[in-house]
Design a protein around this ligand. Structure first.
Ligand SMILES: NC(=O)c1ccc[n+]([C@@H]2O[C@H](COP(=O)([O-])OP(=O)(O)OC[C@H]3O[C@@H](n4cnc5c(N)ncnc54)[C@H](O)[C@@H]3O)[C@@H](O)[C@H]2O)c1
Length: 235
C-alpha cells in the first residue's frame, strides 16, 4: 500500500527513543522529511532536523514548528510516579505528569494547526495508551494524563475539522522501550502477556498519519492483543 507520505513534512516529539524513534525511522523509510522535538540530544545516525527542548515550554514548541508541515506526531511522554498509591502522590509529580503527557500534546497541536491548515493532507497523531481506558494500581497520574489525551483527540478533531486536519491517537499496551523496562525492572523479562515492539506502534501511527486513512478522524486505535476486549466473566 502506498501511504502517500513521500516528501511530506513530519514533526515528531519524543523521537530520540522507543516508539518515537521507531516512528521517525518509519517516516524516513517512506521518504518523509522529519523534524524531531525532544529534550534529549540528537542521535548521530538520524538524518533529521533536531530541536532540543521540552514539550511543556510553549515558546520551544512554537519555534519547533517547520514552515511547511503535513503531519504531527505527539509521542513525548513520561511515566510519572509509578507504583505509588494515589494517596502518596505529590502535587508536583501529578502536575508534571499532566504537563508533559497532556499539556505538551495540546501545545503541539495548538501551534501546529495554523501551519497544518496549509497542507493537502494534514494529520495529527497522539500516542496515548491503553492506560487511558483501564487502570493498574499505582498509576493514577499516568492514567489520568492518557485519559485526557483520548478526549483531547476528539475535541481537537471537532475543532480542526473545518481546516481538514484529522486528529487520532494510538493506545498501545506494554511496548518494549526504555520507559517500560525502566518502570518494570526485572519484572519486564518475566511478563506473561504479549509485548509490543516499537515498530508495531509506528506502523499504526503511519497509517493514521497517511491519506490512506482519510476517513478516520477523532478515533483511538488500540493495540493490546485484545486485552480491552476480554471480559472478566469466568467462562
Ligand atoms: N512503553 C510503553 O509500554 C508504552 C505504552 C503505551 C504508551 N506509551 C507512550 O508512548 C510514548 C513514548 O514512550 P516510550 O515507551 O517510547 O518512552 P521512551 O522513554 O523510550 O521515549 C520517550 C521520549 O520522550 C522524550 N521526552 C520525555 N519527556 C519530554 C519532554 N518533556 N520534552 C521533550 N521530550 C520529552 C524522551 O527524551 C524520549 O526520547 C509515551 O507517550 C508513552 O506514554 C508507552
Amino acid at each position: 500500500m502506498d501511504l502517500g507520505l513521500s516528501g511530506r513534512s513530519v514533526l515528531v516529539t519524543g523521537g530520540a527513543s522507543g516508539i518515537g524513534r521507531a516512528t521517525v525511522e518509519a517516516f524516513l523509510a517512506e521518504g518523509a522529511a522529519v523534524t524531531v522535538l525532544d529534550r534529549a540530544p540528537k542521535p548521530e545516525d538520524l538524518d533529521v532536523t533536531w530541536v532540543r527542548g521540552d514539550v511543556t515550554d510553549e515558546e520551544t514548541v512554537r519555534s519547533a514548528i517547520p514552515r511547511e508541515l503535513d503531519v504531527v506526531v505527539g509521542c513525548a511522554g513520561i511515566s510519572g510516579p509509578m507504583g505509588q498509591d494515589a494517596r502518596e502522590i505529590g502535587h508536583a509529580d501529578f502536575t508534571r505528569t499532566l504537563e508533559v503527557n497532556l499539556t505538551g500534546q495540546f501545545l503541539l497541536a495548538k501551534h501546529a494547526a495554523p501551519v497544518l491548515a496549509g497542507s493537502t493532507a494534514p494529520a495529527i497523531v497522539f500516542v496515548a495508551s491503553d492506560s487511558g481506558f483501564v487502570a493498574a494500581p499505582g498509576m493514577a497520574a499516568y492514567c489520568a494524563s492518557k485519559g485526557g489525551v483520548l478526549m483531547l483527540t476528539k475535541a481537537l478533531a471537532v475543532d480542526f475539522r473545518s481546516d481538514g486536519i484529522r486528529v487520532n491517537c494510538v493506545c498501545p499496551s506494554i511496548v518494549d522501550t526504555p520507559m517500560a523496562r525502566g518502570d518494570l525492572g526485572d519484572a519486564f523479562d518475566e511478563l506473561d502477556c504479549p509485548v509490543l515492539r516499537p515498530e508495531d506502534v509506528a506502523r499504526s501511527i503511519l497509517y493514521l498519519a497517511s491519506p490512506a486513512s482519510r476517513g478516520v478522524n477523532g478515533t483511538a486505535h488500540v493495540l493490546d492483543f485484545g486485552g480491552l476486549a476480554t471480559s472478566t466473566f469466568p467462562a
